[in-house]
Design a protein around this ligand. Structure first.
Ligand SMILES: [Zn+2]
Length: 222
């Protein structure tokens, strides 16, 4: 209820104050063509199942992700979703081989407090944008925004000193509802930034228990 009212308000604000570029404040879009040239959009595989698009060390990338997470810039999430779609999914439709593949996107859930405060899970904005592009292209793709959820809050990753501590920190934090719909499907986890990878590894472990055909991970930046 709160979220619905909030979103209406957000749309109204966008109407009164048109979209402006995160880099230079020029009005028109979340990231203008000139600023876009300062970031390198290139798919990079981090492993056999994980790929990212942007370098998190680029100040503009960092600023954009920050604005999406903390300044309620949902349009940036849609921008990222569109970019991810172009780089990772667009060719599925053309090759034909994967055109009939059933793909379920699962956004990595945010912390309960953070989501309640900003009124949305930012990874779900990205995920929904990808699904929307794919559906328009005739792919069998959907975003299951409430399937994976957090059952407990975890301490900030930065506080964890070493790898084993980080792994322990995220152990058993996720739960799945309606997991039976994942059986035999291609599942793609969607996240904003992959730092250590501990969170997505844990999400992957939980999701795999429901028998998907394969589980991949795609994130905006690393
Ligand atoms: Zn700009």
């Amino acid at each position: 209820m709160y979220t619905g009212v909030y979103m209406l308000w957000e749309d109204l604000l966008t109407f009164i104050f048109p979209e402006h570029c995160i880099g230079c404040d020029r009005s028109g879009s979340a990231l203008c063509a000139i600023c876009e040239r300062t970031i390198t959009i290139k798919a990079i595989a981090l492993s056999g199942t994980t790929a990212v698009l942007l370098d998190y060390q680029n100040p503009l990338v960092k600023k954009a992700i920050w604005a999406l997470k903390y300044h309620r810039r949902r349009s940036i999430g849609r921008y990222f979703g569109n970019a991810l779609y172009r780089e990772f999914f667009k060719q599925l439709n053309r090759s034909g081989k994967h055109a009939k593949e059933k793909i379920i996107l699962i956004p990595i859930p945010g912390g309960k407090k953070a989501v309640a405060m900003r009124g949305y899970n930012h990874a779900a904005i990205i995920s929904s944008a990808i699904a929307k592009c794919g559906q328009a292209d005739g792919l069998q793709i959907s975003s299951a925004n409430n399937l994976l959820y957090k059952k407990k809050e975890v301490g900030q990753q930065v506080k964890s000193r070493n790898k084993s501590e980080r792994e322990k920190n995220v152990a058993d934090i996720f739960n799945v509802r309606n997991g039976e719909k994942l059986r035999g499907k291609t599942v793609i986890l969607i996240d904003d930034v992959i730092t250590t990878g501990a969170t997505v590894r844990e999400a992957r472990r939980v999701v795999k228990a429901y028998g998907p055909k394969r589980v991949l991970t795609i994130a905006v930046a690393h």
